[in-house]
Design a protein around this ligand. Structure first.
Ligand SMILES: C[S@@+](CC[C@H](N)C(=O)[O-])C[C@H]1O[C@@H](n2cnc3c(N)ncnc32)[C@H](O)[C@@H]1O
Length: 172
């Protein structure tokens, strides 16, 4: 799948604040920082990822998304393969609605996650419809898709991935 961070950020070119949930190595946060956004990057890992260490406008928060919640609002929020670590009940009924409420007007929420067709052993897989139903009514879905592609998995080798992708915007 061809994906570039640029497409998302171009949908909200005046964005000033960014939240990266389950930031991993911090590459989206690094990109947001380079575009001049103030970044909060959250991950359960204790150590700040190398890519975002020492960046004045990136605040790394070591926390468990099962209990951490945004304390203020953002212009862009991403959850790239991090909802899979939450229980489905919590993610759909509490966490995603909280993310919706934590968007500024015109703000964007982007989610990537695995669908039930995915054979990787991850704690929680979602149907596109479940994610869409969890979004608040004052969000407009501007992209929704399920897609599959073959790529190399670091342990399994060649693997068919099955994912969903949603971008929603808080109505102005
Ligand atoms: C599959 S990686 C995705 C990383 C990055 N978002 C990306 O798309 O490349 C999942 C990340 O979520 C983090 N993670 C797992 N469980 C978590 C939890 N309960 N709270 C916060 N982060 C968690 C992991 O440490 C890991 O960095």
């Amino acid at each position: 799948m061809k994906y570039s961070y640029q497409n998302l950020f171009n949908l909200n070119p005046t964005a000033k604040t960014f939240l990266d949930l389950g930031c991993g190595q911090g590459f989206v946060s690094l990109y947001a920082c380079a575009r001049g956004l103030q970044v909060d990057a959250v991950d359960i890992e204790k150590v700040t990822p190398l890519a975002i260490q020492d960046l004045k406008t990136v605040n790394y928060i070591s926390a468990d998304l099962n209990s951490w919640q945004p304390a203020h609002k953002y212009d862009i929020i991403v959850a790239h393969h991090s909802l899979q670590f939450l229980s489905k009940e919590y993610a759909l009924n509490e966490f995603i609605p909280k993310l919706c409420a934590s968007l500024n007007q015109g703000g964007l929420l982007e989610i990537f996650s695995f669908t039930s067709e995915e054979e990787l052993d991850v704690p929680t897989k979602y149907a596109l419809e479940e994610i869409l139903a969890a979004l608040e009514i004052n969000l407009e879905v501007i992209k929704q898709e399920v897609f599959s592609y073959e790529d190399l998995h670091k342990k399994l080798g060649k693997h068919a991935f099955h994912e969903l992708h949603v971008i929603a915007r808080k109505k102005v």
